[in-house]
Design a protein around this ligand. Structure first.
Ligand code: MG
Length: 256
């Protein structure tokens, strides 16, 4: 099932996307689905990021080949950092290239969306806390990451967490092809089977540190092949069984 958030006229709602239509839901989808009875054609609505995370926990170095390309040793535990809720954008919204960075990179990732409040969750129960999966682009100001020595500034600009286009709730994440395209050209091609820490291990590990809330997102790390984007570029993150998240890179609008 594909869970979306959308705007129609002046209303913001969750919904279920099916066969070119969106069935509106009442409230949030995490406990159970309550349909309003309203149905919209996809061209009547604007898709938003499919959840409103209280926090985004991103994982560094979770694919072996990516660790190799950065000349880093494999981590013994998941390397966690945070991206703020203010960095979130949805499908087909614009990534704003900050003027103070000379290198803004894409990082295509599998996003894990949390469905239940969880703290100190054992690995063998962690699957119960996963609502579904989405495409995630962990946009990174690579030059600022190197200058600062820690990652908050480089990872946290507004528009640097692209999420969408929806949450797929019926999917096994064990061996999914994950690809990133820049202007249609394949740049990253990985498989979730190559993750060092699996989604359930990540949910458990993060929950040892902080309480996870419904709608929170764990960005599970990027495969090899990261690279820079220029203003005007279009970046697609495509995950087998989920869909394709598309965003264009823009300069800050001079006259707005
Ligand atoms: Mg990343």
């Amino acid at each position: 099932m594909k869970i979306v958030r959308f705007k129609s006229e002046n209303h913001f709602s969750f919904g279920v996307a099916i066969s070119g239509q969106v069935k509106q839901l009442v409230g949030s989808p995490y406990k159970r689905l309550i349909y309003s009875g309203n149905v919209f054609a996809e061209n009547e609505i604007k898709l938003l990021a499919p959840c409103k995370p209280s926090k985004i926990v991103a994982i560094g170095l979770n694919y072996r080949l990516h660790a190799d390309e950065l000349e880093c040793n494999l981590p013994s535990h998941p390397l966690m950092f945070l991206k703020p809720p203010s960095s979130v954008i949805g499908h087909e919204e614009e990534i704003i290239h900050p003027a103070i960075s000379q290198q803004v990179d894409f990082e295509g990732e599998l996003g894990i969306v949390i469905g239940r409040k969880g703290h100190l969750v054992p690995v063998d129960e962690a699957g119960q806390y996963i609502f579904g999966y989405t495409c995630f682009n962990d946009i990174t100001a690579r030059d600022l990451q190197k200058i600062d020595g820690q990652w908050t500034r480089a990872k946290s600009f507004d528009t640097f967490a692209c999420i969408g286009p929806w949450i797929e709730t019926e999917l096994s994440p064990v061996a999914l092809k994950i690809e990133t395209f820049l202007n249609g050209e394949l740049k990253q091609c990985g498989n979730t089977a190559d993750m060092i820490f699996s989604p359930i291990e990540l949910v458990s590990a993060v929950s040892q540190v902080m309480t996870l809330e419904p709608g929170d997102v764990i960005a599970s790390g990027t495969p090899a092949g990261i690279g820079p984007m220029e203003i005007g570029d279009v970046v697609d993150v495509k995950i087998e069984g989920v869909g394709t998240l598309r965003n264009r890179v823009s300069a800050r609008h001079l006259f707005s």
